[in-house]
Design a protein around this ligand. Structure first.
Ligand code: ZN
Length: 365
């Protein structure tokens, strides 16, 4: 079975993992494997700006090698950057020739997708649907199908022209009659299964434990120590009900010239709301530590539904070095080990907590 490594973009990693499981469960031709990126790779791909296509290909190839996979395994990576200049609507580039220095690396650029969907006031779901369709398009091309210039509402006119993409998203990821025949001729029927998973977003498997064991990730740690690259020393995560504590600490940290990300200083809608997004999101690339205010309110925010819990646990495990917990009460937060040292807000003065943080930053540097 062929492997296709799929970069788990931090904004969509949970959704992508579920889709991967579904893909893997409906067909036996391609095995999709989710890969988390190391911090430096992630940062170079997921911060704004432009990226040379060659550079993106090179990164993709490097990620594949460092995850221990040979160049005959495909890899698909996402970048927030533009891969072409100007107003060219290219979302996706891949299917490099065998003679290329970086074979079977596909690059999906989210720059245009996000811009357009912001203008259309479409949300994350729409962007995700576009991502899935891009992946399917990449797989179809990889299987030997050709894109066509005329619009047929087909997955194979999907990658080049935004209006076509919008039609494609409305219609669902279908193959035109000609390409249905081509798929059959090439014996690539698994593409139909992929299309069906994309269209219905069939989530047959609803067991997070299975997500954990069946999704292989790169063994490399996601966070690498390189203090100078961080925009903030610490970021504060808290439930809205506990804002007064966070604000008090934020002010003290600022007073001590510690660079702090606190939504009272910089508006960020999701702050303290969605921890999973928060932990896996680009913020994580921006602060050396996350100060987490653990409380009854915080726990309620985290586990509004059971399904998320395992994913949260995993996020915590991966972030062990990154999280500095402060307890506001005795609520147990699954995933945060009891052995992780924490401060008790009610036993410390805020100046002492700030001092501890300052010490921690000194060690880290
Ligand atoms: Zn077609």
């Amino acid at each position: 079975m062929d492997n296709v490594l799929l970069h788990l973009h931090p904004d969509f990693s949970e959704e992508l993992e579920r889709v991967i499981l579904n893909w893997n469960s409906v067909q036996t031709e391609k095995r999709f494997i989710g890969v988390h990126l190391k911090r430096d790779f992630e940062k170079s791909l997921l911060t704004k700006g432009a990226i040379e296509l060659t550079k993106a290909f090179q990164l993709g190839a490097q990620i594949r090698t460092e995850s221990g996979f040979s160049p005959d395994n495909g890899i698909l990576i996402f970048t927030e950057k533009r891969i072409f200049e100007g107003n060219y609507y290219q979302l996706y580039y891949g299917g490099s020739e065998e003679t290329d220095p970086y074979p079977i690396v596909d690059v999906v650029s989210l720059d245009f997708i996000r811009n357009l969907f912001n203008q259309l006031k479409k949300g994350k779901d729409y962007v995700f649907q576009a991502i899935l369709s891009n992946i399917l398009n990449a797989q179809a091309q990889g299987a030997g199908l050709l894109t066509h210039d005329d619009t047929r509402g087909c997955i194979l006119d999907f990658c080049n022209y935004m209006p076509d993409i919008l039609v494609g998203l409305e219609n669902g990821p279908k193959f035109c009659p000609k390409d249905i025949l081509n798929v059959k001729k090439l014996h690539k029927e698994y593409l139909f299964e992929l299309a069906e998973v994309v269209e219905k977003r069939r989530y047959k498997i609803d067991n997070d434990k299975e997500v954990n064991t069946r999704i292989l990730s790169s063994e490399k740690p996601r966070l690498e120590e390189n203090a100078s690259e961080f925009d903030y020393d610490v970021a504060l995560s808290f439930a809205g009900e506990d804002r007064r504590y966070a604000e008090e600490l934020a002010k003290e940290l600022k007073h001590q010239n510690i660079k702090v990300f606190y939504d009272g200083f910089e508006k960020a809608n999701l702050w303290g709301q969605d921890l999973l997004v928060y932990l896996s999101d680009l913020y994580r690339l921006r602060a050396k530590f996350c100060i987490m205010f653990l409380s009854n309110h915080y726990a309620k925010k985290l586990w509004t539904n059971h399904e998320r819990q395992a994913a949260q646990n995993r996020a915590f495990k991966e972030s062990r070095e990154y999280i500095l917990p402060i307890r506001l009460d005795d609520t147990i937060i699954p995933g945060i080990l009891d052995t992780v040292g924490y401060l008790n807000w009610h036993e410390e003065r805020v100046t002492d907590i700030a001092e501890c943080i300052r010490q921690k930053l000194l060690i880290r540097r």
